[in-house]
Ligand binder design. Structure first.
Ligand SMILES: [Fe+2]
Ligand SMILES: [Fe+2]
Length: 176
């Protein structure tokens, strides 16, 4: 059976891959001159990078080996303006399952400290799936008439969390 610290290392690679995918989506929207959508995904990319570094800090604190991974290349071509957000929502749902599996593994191996550490990530995934799902609905609706409606909306209302989360675990080297 895979040991919990190894599974955490695997999750570090997935968080960095998620970050890279969001950079690719942000750049795609930037090239399409949709700056609000681009800004949203540039921010998400930094968040995913911070998630990876929180997992790194956890392993450092636990005196476990940290593997800084290479990442799987992100998707950079998209069929239409909605496709990147569909991909992002799928990614968030997949990560939610991965985190839940990590929690289950920690519990199975009697690693209560590891399990408790992951609780913040469960809450974060609930929020990220919800906000990505909202964004998908918004952009689907706007894409039917004019994508600039989504840009205008996002200029007024930020989807997802606004402030620094004081309950977030420490990221190695400090959160960006
Ligand atoms: Fe994440
Ligand atoms: Fe995420």
């Amino acid at each position: 059976m895979v040991q919990f610290p190894d599974a955490v290392n695997e999750q570090i690679a997935r968080e960095f891959a998620a970050s890279q995918q969001y950079v690719a989506i942000a750049v795609h929207y930037d090239a399409e001159v949709l700056p609000q959508l681009a800004a949203h995904f540039y921010r998400q990319a930094v968040e995913e990078r911070n998630h990876a570094m929180m997992l790194v800090q956890y392993l450092l604190d636990s005196d476990e080996r940290v593997i800084v991974p290479g990442v799987v290349a992100p998707q950079t071509e998209f069929a239409d303006a909605v496709a990147p957000i569909r991909l992002a929502l799928e990614q968030e749902r997949r990560v939610t399952e991965q985190i839940a599996a990590l929690v289950a593994l920690a519990r199975e191996q009697g690693n209560l400290v590891g399990e408790q550490f992951l609780h913040w990530f469960l809450q974060e995934q609930r929020e990220e799936v919800a906000s990505m799902s909202d964004l998908l609905k918004l952009v689907e609706r706007a894409a039917a008439s004019n994508l600039l409606l989504a840009e205008e909306y996002l200029a007024r209302v930020q989807i997802g969390e606004q402030a620094v989360d004081a309950t977030a675990p420490t990221a190695a080297g400090g959160a960006l």
